[in-house]
Write a protein that binds this ligand. Sequence first.
Ligand SMILES: Cc1cc2nc3c(=O)[nH]c(=O)nc-3n(C[C@H](O)[C@H](O)[C@H](O)COP(=O)(O)OP(=O)(O)OC[C@H]3O[C@@H](n4cnc5c(N)ncnc54)[C@H](O)[C@@H]3O)c2cc1C
Length: 369
Amino acid sequence: LTDTLVIDITHIDYVKVSADKKTAAVGAGIRFGPLYTALGKENVTWTGGICPTVGLSGFLSAGGFNMQMRLLGLGVDNVVSAKVVKVDGKTVTASSTENSDLFWAIRGGGGGSYGVVVEWTLKMHTFPRSAMVLIQWSDRAVRYDVANRFFQWAPREDPAFTSQVNVFKDRVEVLGWCYGCSQEKLKAMVDASGLLSIGTPKTFLSAGCNTNNARMFGYILNECVPDEVVAQYAPFAFNHIQQAFTKLDGYPQFTYNEYPQAPEQPLAQPWDRFYRLSKSFFVQKSKPMTEPTLRDIIARIDTMDDASQVWGEWHAWNISAKGDASFAWREEAYVHMEFIVHGSADETVQKKYIDWYAGLENALRPAVG
Ligand SMILES: Cc1cc2nc3c(=O)[nH]c(=O)nc-3n(C[C@H](O)[C@H](O)[C@H](O)COP(=O)(O)OP(=O)(O)OC[C@H]3O[C@@H](n4cnc5c(N)ncnc54)[C@H](O)[C@@H]3O)c2cc1C
């Protein structure tokens, strides 16, 4: 890139929880794994995403969906203030009472647009023990029925329940977090969903998950286990150094700040880099998904080659929590549909993938918004 300035803020990663534990001042370069590790030491946490390598600031600049959001709101709804370096080099505080227009804009108005955020003050939470569910179908033939039922059901469920359906070429699965729910409550919801009468699903439903356990559910663990067992797994999932990725061939790797938030615990291994291509769409409440559109999308997924590892990750929205941030989709978003591909270093193949996204856009935008 030419005429471009990159400011790497990865090393600004402090986490200072207030004495009353209601807020935390956080260096804006932090990623979720280190953030959760530091907050966990104070028995508090925050409404961030599941993946430990995602940066807090980019997440907030795009709204920030999370697995508690149908009840507690987006990431941007759980921010108290920010310190922002403006284009004139001055650092200002942005909050609901100071520079409130800037505060509004940086919460969902797009990354890198309004200044460089160097610190966020976040509203802290202590999540109750929760019930979790993972339902898996290994039969590709049921993908439409499962996704269609999910669309009818999940966004209309109790706001304590936030969930997603993952649609692959060869299988489909539903994953959900029921905030503060008992096993009985979640089981009743799932039994009434109609999902279990489709094909031959394998269901993992478990309650009493502490927060780290819930964040690992469906990825590392498929059940709620005793806290001491969770504590053994957690560092491997979340205790990343700030440079949380493997080295990319031919490029220098920045190596400053290799200190994790919990130096006394094992380190999480770096995530492999890959050419990730990803695009998101919102299904609007006023433009519901139709059967032909959903069938067409699944057929499009099937046209991709196996090397792409294509999958659709579709999240139930219909968020009940109110908010005043600039993020534009709160009222209208019914389902968020993300499509993810492992891109290719081969230019011809990569072009094919990019064209696939263009086709998806042409089909989906007029259909759902
Ligand atoms: C594996 C994975 C999982 C994900 N899961 C979720 C999820 O659960 N929920 C969700 O909402 N999103 C999720 N995302 C999307 C994620 O929120 C975005 O990719 C986001 O941009 C990541 O932010 P970053 O700071 O890591 O990225 P960057 O690429 O560093 O930043 C993204 C943009 O924000 C700008 N920016 C970054 N820091 C600042 C700052 N301090 N001040 C001003 N501008 C800044 C950058 O200039 C850039 O334009 C996921 C992405 C991945 C790869």
